[in-house]
Each structure stands twice: as structure tokens, then as C-alpha cells.
Design a binder for this molecule. Structure first.
Ligand SMILES: Nc1nc2c(ncn2[C@@H]2O[C@H](COP(=O)(O)OP(=O)(O)OP(=O)(O)O)[C@@H](O)[C@H]2O)c(=O)[nH]1
Ligand SMILES: [Mg+2]
Length: 400
């Protein structure tokens, strides 16, 4: 770091967050919503750091933002993720875990995008920096968007609203990969009218939920009003606008939040048995470095699991973690990254809990204690009526 760094102005304060974006008046019909209940639990408890003296974040050393794609069933979340990556969705292909999108054209920065429906635990973890909330422009807001808003509000996560499937508007003329305003200029008056009518309807639906939102290019009060980007994940209209907004907004408002720290911050997304590897855990490494041979503690149903990282695996470039195939082995992985860990004794690991790195000076018993507190926190986030089993399975809705 150069000597000129000392004279740098302090980083701008994080302006994201929800308070200023809430519509001031709750309209008729919104009174039963759970969206603006006060915070119920310390959802970000897992982020506590273990070392007595946390290492100083070094200015100018930014990590990639972590972005979660959320929203209504079949609104096009997975398709959008594939669109960002420029790959095709295979028929019958399940939602993918994460992709590390190499956004070289945007100042060499990258973005970790997580398709959240299969990762309820991650959605609750509060680890994501910004969310893409996807609404089908043809259907408007559905229950899952309401639930997602509730969650994002509770974890104070910033968001960008995407109105997907604009290509399904009657008489829409395809303008492949065009910025949305250019695409709109090419449309017949009837399509423009239909587009505007649907946007106005969805903006008012958001307002009914107490959320101020506006088309991003008409939004003069970003920071107070959430931005809406219309897109088509099929023909690509608006995708560049979405990426521009994602990178622009995170860089502008989250400098402090995105400052890289050596203190490992890591959440378990999934526990999976993989042929040839045994039980593995897929984790999101949000801060710090993990190395092969590191001692780690993971929360388990039968108590804390103390183990050693046997292998750190990532998919080959441009594949997601959930696609079967060969993996790349790494000696070490630096945040931000989605990584698969193989180690002994992971059978009872709990998704949604933190992974703790045991440093040479750390008190192992204390780390185990913290890991078990995590279990209580994760279990308390699973809602149940007290009878039967509570299953959270948005995908089932589509299949029923
Ligand atoms: N016309 C059109 N169809 C789309 C678009 N995006 C997605 N689709 C279609 O909508 C359907 C659902 O897309 P997905 O990407 O699987 O939606 P999803 O939100 O991931 O669905 P779940 O994960 O099951 O909640 C698929 O048939 C897609 O081809 C779009 O922009 N335009
Ligand atoms: Mg999906």
C-alpha cells in the first residue's frame, strides 16, 4: 500500500439498509403483513470472530460482494444466474449453488452469486451483501417475494428488484442483450403502454407492502428508494443494466462492508455425499483464507465436529459446484469463494451454521462452545408449530 493512503478520505458510510426505503404510510390491506415486524433474533450472531485481537482490515483491499438471487417460484432466478454467466440452462437441471462470475469488464471485480432457493439456511445467515429480488413482470408479487422481503428486512440486506420476463409482454420486439431503455425505444406503443402499466401495478404492490421502489433510471433517490431493473433472462434485455447497478451500488455504498479481513468468516451451505469423496460440505468463504490441513470446527447434530481440511475443491471454471464432475484441488482458498471441503467426520454437519478456523493460539474448547451456540441459533431459526415436521420447500409448490 502506498504512502498516499494515509491522506485518503474516510470511506463513505454504508447507505444501504431499509429504514429510509420503507414507504411512510402502510396502506389498506397491508396491516396483516409480517414484513415489518421488528427484528426477532440475532441472525448474524455467527459472524462473531474468535481471535482475541481481530486483524485490521486493510484499506483498498476489497473482497467481492456476495449476492443472493431470491424471489418468486419460476420467476427466472436460475435462468438469470445462467444469463449472467453467459451459459445455457440444461433442461431439468436443478438450481445451482454458486457461480463466481468473472466480471473483468467491471474494474476487474468479481461477484459471488448464489441461487438461494435451495439454500434457505444461507438466506437467513445474513452473509449476503446484496440480493437480487426477482419478480415475474407478468404475475406481479407473489408470496415468496413477500417472504423474501421479510427476510431481507430482518437481516438488513440491501436489494435490487428485477422485473423479469419483459419479453413476454404482448408484441415485445426482441432486442438481444440490449440495455433496457434501448430495448424499450424499439417497442411499439402498445408494448410500451403494457410495460408501463405492469410496472406501475408492481410499484404499487410494493408500496402496499411498505416498500418504496422505482425504475432505476427514474430513481433520483437511490438509498431511499429501491431500484427496479426490467430484464429478460431469455433474450438478455436489461442484464447489463442489472450488472451495472449491482457493481455500481455495492462499490458506492459498501466499501466498509466489503473490506477484506483475514479473520475467517465462513458459512456451511450444504452437506452432501459425493462419490469418491464421502461426506463433503459446500461453504461460502466470505472473509479470510482456508488452507489444506487447517484445523476447523463445524457445528454438528451430535456436537461440535473438530476435523482437518483434507481437500479444498472448486468446480472447473464456468461450472457450478453442484454439477457432477471433476474438481480443481487447491492448497488454499481466499475469500470470496464458494468451496467444497472434504474432511473426516462431516456426516452430521449442520447447514446454515458457521465454520470456524482454529488458529494455533485459539482455545479449542472455546471454539467448540461457540460452534455449539451456533447450533442453537440455527435450530431457533427453523420455525415449527410444535406438531409434525415443518418443511420449507418452495420447489414443491411448483410440482403440486
Ligand atoms: N419468456 C421468458 N421465460 C423465462 C425467463 N426467465 C425464465 N424463464 C422461464 O421460466 C421458467 C422458470 O425459470 P427458472 O429460471 O427455473 O425459474 P426459478 O425462479 O429459478 O424457479 P425455481 O427455482 O423453481 O423457483 C423456465 O421455463 C424458464 O425458461 C424470461 O426472462 N423470459
Ligand atoms: Mg431456480
Amino acid at each position: 500500500m502506498g504512502g498516499g493512503q494515509e491522506n485518503r478520505p474516510p470511506p463513505p458510510q454504508y447507505q444501504g439498509g431499509w429504514n429510509s426505503r420503507e414507504a411512510p404510510v402502510m396502506k389498506k390491506g397491508a396491516t396483516n403483513r409480517t414484513v415489518f415486524n421488528p427484528v426477532v433474533a440475532d441472525e448474524t450472531q455467527h459472524t462473531k470472530q474468535l481471535s482475541a485481537v481481530p486483524s485490521k482490515p486493510s484499506a483498498g483491499n476489497l473482497r467481492s460482494p456476495i449476492c443472493s438471487i431470491m424471489g418468486d417460484a419460476s420467476s427466472g432466478k436460475t435462468m438469470l444466474l445462467h444469463c449472467i454467466r453467459g451459459s445455457n440452462v440444461q433442461q431439468g437441471h436443478e438450481a445451482c449453488s454458486f457461480t463466481h462470475y468473472p466480471a473483468q469488464e467491471i474494474r476487474g471485480r468479481s461477484l459471488l452469486v448464489i441461487d438461494a432457493p435451495c439454500h434457505q439456511s444461507f438466506k437467513r445467515s445474513g452473509l449476503c451483501d446484496i440480493a437480487i429480488l426477482v419478480v415475474d413482470i407478468m404475475h406481479g408479487i407473489q408470496q415468496q417475494t413477500i417472504d423474501s422481503l421479510d427476510l431481507l428486512k430482518r437481516t438488513n440486506t440491501d436489494l435490487i428488484i428485477v422485473l423479469n420476463k419483459v419479453d413476454r409482454i404482448c408484441a415485445w420486439q426482441t432486442c438481444r442483450n440490449a440495455p433496457i431503455r434501448e430495448a424499450l425505444m424499439q417497442q411499439y406503443a402498445s408494448a410500451k403502454y403494457e410495460f408501463r402499466r405492469r410496472v406501475v401495478k408492481i410499484v404499487s404492490q410494493f408500496r402496499m407492502l411498505g416498500v418504496n421502489a422505482q425504475l432505476y433510471y427514474e430513481n433520483n433517490t437511490m438509498g431511499e428508494t429501491f431500484s427496479i431493473v426490467p430484464t429478460s433472462a431469455i433474450s438478455g434485455e436489461g442484464i447489463t443494466d442489472m450488472l451495472f447497478l449491482l457493481f455500481g451500488w455495492t462499490q458506492k455504498t459498501m466499501i466498509e462492508k466489503l473490506t477484506y479481513s483475514e479473520d475467517v468468516q465462513c458459512t456451511v451451505l450444504e452437506v452432501k455425499v459425493i462419490e469418491g469423496y464421502g461426506t463433503t460440505i459446500d461453504v461460502v468463504l466470505a472473509q479470510g483464507v482456508l488452507r489444506r490441513g487447517d484445523q476447523i470446527v463445524v457445528s454438528g447434530m451430535k456436537g461440535p465436529i473438530v476435523t482437518t481440511i483434507r481437500a479444498l475443491l472448486t468446480p472447473h471454471p464456468m461450472e457450478e459446484l453442484c454439477i457432477k464432475g471433476s474438481f480443481m484441488h487447491h492448497k488454499e482458498i481466499k475469500a470470496v469463494m464458494g468451496v467444497k471441503i472434504t474432511a473426516q467426520g462431516l456426516e452430521h454437519a449442520i447447514a446454515g451454521a458457521s465454520l470456524y478456523l482454529v488458529k494455533p493460539d485459539d482455545d479449542l474448547e472455546y471454539v467448540k462452545q461457540v460452534a455449539m451456540e451456533d447450533v442453537e441459533s440455527v435450530l431457533s431459526r427453523i420455525e415449527g408449530s410444535g406438531e409434525g415436521v415443518c418443511v420449507e420447500a418452495p420447489r414443491l409448490l411448483k410440482k403440486l
